[in-house]
Ligand binder design. Sequence first.
Ligand code: HEC
Length: 155
Amino acid sequence: MRNAFKLACCGFAATLLAGTVLAQDKPNPAVSTRQNIMQLYAFNLGQLGAMAKEQVAYDADAASKAAGNLALLVQLDQSALWPQGTDNSAEPNTRALPDIWTNFDDVVVKGNALSDAVTAMQAAAGTDLASLQGAMGGVGGACGACHKAYRAPEN
Ligand code: HEC
């Protein structure tokens, strides 16, 4: 009886340990998904940026589409993508700083600032090149303000 209990006890402990190792090996899907959303932001902003810098010819339709994608992306509800315990002190594959979870109200303010800048971009992107160029700083600035405060530098 005693041995059976011991075995049950230690088998459980071994399972927990294995679970812990697994959790560290396997990327947290919330982390990879929020990073993928950021990549979608970056891709669409990159298309607008290339036109703004005149690296590619201004195309009102393409600009409108990229701005429209950004407008859709900022509407995604990300509340499930930033669970407690997924900052860069706890997870290996994230640059999210712990301050996100202590200053959450400010993170929301910075997220709303991006939404406002994207709304302005959506109105400007398809108008003409000068309007697109005028709206770039607002969007880039909103991305950068949040990264400066809440994203760890790249290793
Ligand atoms: C409200 C805060 C906030 C805003 C606004 C924001 N980001 Fe981020 N971004 C982050 C955080 C935090 C991370 C780190 C996420 C992680 O590693 O888990 C990040 C990561 C990224 C990454 C790296 C993704 C990866 O694959 O690791 C890119 C690219 C990026 N952001 C682009 C953008 C662009 C472009 C914008 C603006 C259109 C933007 N972000 C707006 C907070 C923000």
